[in-house]
Design a protein around this ligand. Sequence first.
Ligand code: GLN
Length: 205
Amino acid sequence: MSLTVGVLAIQGDVHENLLSTKKAIKDLGIEGHVVNVKTADEVRKLDGLIIPGGESTTIGQLSLVNSSLRVIKEKIEDGMPILGICAGMILLAKTVDDHVLGKTGQPVLDLVGIKIERNSFGRQNDSFEAEISMDSINIPNFNGVFIRAPSVSEVSSDVEVLSKFNEKIIAIKKGNIIGTAFHPELTTDISLHKYFVNLVHESKN
Ligand code: GLN
């Protein structure tokens, strides 16, 4: 059965995720395709979704207004795999604070018991790359690209910590939900996209 993986195309790193996911599907030899999605109806047709990095307040507000946020939440609660990258991980959280400003009050999906600290490593000028690992999902070496990256400051007991950098949590997993503070679509290594496509494949079979 052919898979449909969507990339939420409201704002942010949409195209890069589309390309990495296409390549992952091809490399794995799985039958499927990748589409950009914006509306609630488009989200309804998906087997898996990537929410890209960008600006979480913008992505959250616009998807709230067009009702896609509600449908995304329903689909994930029904088991649809999701990869939330940077701003996308922020949207998965229960609680969001800004490193400087404190509580943000922004719209979120409230799907994972994590507390986010936005801009945890500083602002745009403090963006950096670092070697990280996600051993429990068999990705021991990965080039993490951090751009105004958040970190996870608290996790509930049902959330698995996939990776830490400088003592800060930078990747999490809860069932079919994955969140990363870094941008896997901005490297040539597509192993995380492959892991995600496999998750979508398994959840459909
Ligand atoms: N700091 C951004 C936010 O809070 C996230 C940055 C990113 O996605 N690269 O939305």
